[in-house]
Write a protein that binds this ligand. Structure first.
Ligand code: NAD
Length: 294
């Protein structure tokens, strides 16, 4: 079993770290929030005093932080953590960050002889707890093979998306498409109901017809259509609208970089920003339904 450092024990990181403990890995944990460290220490992880203490003596380092600035702030620059990670270690950077930022960290890691993989995840907090996350991995295929047992303790599908930064590109493409599907589904649900249709009947007709999509299969935004969907519990739990807004912003940045035209993604971002202005950022992203009904 590997000696692993896990840094960033938030909504996602904590359950991911717990699954590594369950798989028998020797885990050192660190977060800015002491309570998160204490929770995992009570379950057998070694608490670290700071990030440098966490990586000392480990062969694998995992980071799960909010955004690009946190990842760059922790790893790069004078006194950055990369300088404290042993050369030939594996660094699995699992946060969702800008592909450009990921490439910057890749270059700095290479210069130190550290094998970095950008490995953002899909599957949310439920997938993190169940150990069924999807990892979208960018970097060297050989490094991915070394890291595979570690990923497999936390996830079910592990994809090699391509070279450095490709994992982050795959992640923004997927989430942009998800947002567009969610908004389109919400708009059609509202149109049908406003014209006299029963929402459950409309949802089933569209699900089995050419408009069928993942949102209609698993995550209907109309309250009551799917008892287990966030829409049926006042949009609590699930994937917060503010995180979707962040990911749509990353998609736009990525599009700017490649001069790609992404009008649907741009519109989706504008609609999600409106939701945030209305104070709905902490609700599940299917709360976009309310833009068409309130
Ligand atoms: P979170 O805010 O709950 O957790 C981030 C943790 O990082 C916090 O506990 C924070 O204290 C810690 N942290 C920040 N800077 C640190 C530092 N310098 N040193 C140590 N710890 C530090 O976020 P989350 O929901 O766990 O998401 C983590 C990443 O995963 C984000 O990039 C997010 O976009 C992505 N993601 C989230 C979900 C989800 O459903 N929550 C799904 C897929 C991907």
């Amino acid at each position: 079993m590997s000696k692993i450092a896990f840094i960033g024990l938030g909504h996602m990181g904590l359950p991911m770290a717990r699954n590594l403990l369950k798989a028998g890995h020797d885990l050192r944990v660190y977060d800015l929030v002491q309570a998160a460290i204490d929770e995992l220490a009570a379950e057998g992880a070694k608490p670290a005093r700071d990030a440098r203490d966490a990586v000392s003596g480990t062969q694998v380092v995992i980071t799960m932080l909010p955004a690009s600035k946190h990842v760059e702030g922790l790893l790069l620059g004078d006194g950055g953590l990369l300088a404290s990670i042993a050369p030939s270690s594996l660094l699995l950077e699992c946060s969702t960050i800008a592909p450009e930022s990921a490439r910057k960290v890749h270059a700095a890691a290479k210069a130190r002889g550290i094998e970095l993989l950008d490995a953002p995840v899909s599957g949310g907090t439920a997938g993190a707890a169940a150990g069924t996350l999807t990892f979208m991995v960018g970097g060297e295929a050989a490094a991915l093979e070394k890291a595979r047992p570690v990923f497999e303790a936390m996830g079910k599908n592990i994809f090699h998306a391509g070279p450095d930064g490709a994992g982050q590109v795959a992640k923004v493409c997927n989430n942009q498409l998800l947002a567009v599907q969610m908004i389109g589904t919400a708009e059609s649900m509202a149109l049908g109901v406003a014209n006299g249709l029963d929402p459950a009947i409309l949802a089933e007709i569209m699900r089995q017809s050419s408009g069928g999509n993942w949102v209609l299969e698993r995550y209907n935004p109309w309250p009551g259509v799917m008892p287990n969907a966030p829409a049926s519990r006042d949009y609590d739990g699930g994937f917060m609208a503010e995180l979707m807004t962040k990911d749509l912003g990353l998609a736009q940045e990525t599009a700017q970089h490649s001069l790609s035209s992404t009008p649907m993604g741009a519109l989706a971002l504008q609609l999600y920003r409106l939701l945030l202005k209305q104070g709905k950022g902490k609700k599940d992203f299917s709360v976009v339904q309310k833009l068409f009904t309130e």
